[in-house]
Design a binder for this molecule. Structure first.
Ligand code: UT7
Length: 330
């Protein structure tokens, strides 16, 4: 049977490192509070003139090289983001132009922090039905450009980055196994980032007064996140025909180490199964999971044949998990 497999990966992160101590210079906060409540020590900030499509193109180009194909071989580009610098042209078209992937169809999606996984899921369908051979899936965000820098409850969380994967068909026993996705639109009001909407209640929440900034009810999202991570991972594992103890790795959305630890404990995962790089980047939205996957591989942690679950949650609110058998990347 034909599977789809990740054949190449790439990443890019904002150039500037901003530590918790740097934040204390303009915000009433402390390294102690941020570290204890979130696990974050530093995050990456893109330069003023570096946008979501720039990071996406950089990560995408690296993924194409890592898959050993040429940019002309890419037949589909999917970019997931909630921080596109323009709504049209959309990000995947900008990436197509920037990397010269002139034969690629281009699609943008927005399912917030679950976006990269949703992109992988779409790629999986296209690849399995034989429509495309090389799908470039990218999660990219410049969340620091959408942060309300006067709101200490949210701005300390975010960072900028992009992660990418090339998805190809394979007859071998590797690749995507099972998945589970879902949403709860009733909770949509707990994370908001406005576009054209003019709404006084939403405006009143934004301390900076800037409409295009991200607002969040952290406590409500926290409760949802732990629940969603547990359920999505359990369902994806079940649909993959394996047991939780078969997982070599869980690579979760990197929003908060306390969420990750809480979910890992309730999933009864053994020590060392969960990959956590929250301290280095904070929450990079749709880029969090692919950047974590990239780093775990770069650190030599992922072995050929490892069973990996990737689980995300966030704006929408939505959630999702994909289980895959890892094929070592050259
Ligand atoms: O990717 C989308 C998914 N998003 C998430 O997963 C986020 C989920 N939520 C969270 O990670 C946590 O809710 C936060 C880290 C955002 C907040 O942590 P919390 O433990 O829920 O804190 P809180 O908002 O309940 O605030 C507790 C206290 C408050 O003070 P009072 O009212 O008790 O006096 C805040 O004003 O901590 C205060 N506080 C801060 N203090 C220092 C809030 N932010 C800060 C800060 N520095 N940066």
């Amino acid at each position: 049977m034909k599977h789809s497999v990740i054949a190449g990966i790439g990443h890019a992160v904002g150039e500037k490192v901003m530590t918790n101590f740097d934040m204390m210079e303009f915000l009433d906060t402390s390294d102690e509070w941020i570290s204890e409540r979130t696990g974050i020590k530093e995050r990456r900030v893109a330069a003023e003139d570096v946008y979501t499509s720039d990071l996406a193109a950089q990560a995408g180009k690296e993924a194409v090289e890592s898959a050993g194909i040429s940019v002309e071989d890419v037949d589909m580009i999917i970019v997931a983001s909630v921080t596109p610098e323009t709504l049209t042209p959309h990000m995947s078209c900008l990436v197509q132009k920037k990397i010269g992937a002139k034969n690629a169809n281009c699609l943008d999606i927005n399912t917030a922090c679950t976006g990269f996984l949703a992109g992988l899921n779409i790629a999986d369908c296209f690849v399995k039905c034989g429509e495309y051979q090389n799908v470039l899936v990218i999660g990219s965000e410049t969340l620091t450009k959408a942060a309300d820098w006067k709101d200490r409850k949210t701005c300390i969380l975010f960072g900028d980055g992009a992660g990418a994967a090339v998805v190809q068909p394979t007859e071998e026993d590797y690749g995507l196994m099972g998945h589970h996705f879902g949403a709860d639109g009733e909770l949509g009001h707990t994370i908001t980032l406005l576009n054209l909407l003019k709404d006084q209640e939403e405006m009143d929440k934004r301390i900076s007064g800037i409409p295009q900034t991200l607002w969040m009810n952290g406590g409500e999202v926290f409760k949802f996140a732990v629940r969603a991570m547990i359920n999505a991972t359990k369902e994806a594992v079940k649909k993959s025909g394996i047991q939780m103890e078969d997982l070599n790795w869980l690579i979760p959305h990197q929003a908060n180490s306390r969420i990750i630890e809480g979910a890992a404990k309730r999933l009864r995962l053994a020590d060392g199964v969960v990959y956590d790089c929250v301290r280095l980047y904070g929450n990079m939205g749709a880029a969090s999971i692919p950047v974590a996957l990239y780093d775990a591989n770069a650190e030599g942690k992922l072995k050929d044949g490892d069973i990996i679950a990737m689980t995300g949650f966030g704006g929408g609110l939505c959630y999702g998990s994909i289980v895959m058998k890892w094929k070592a990347i050259r």
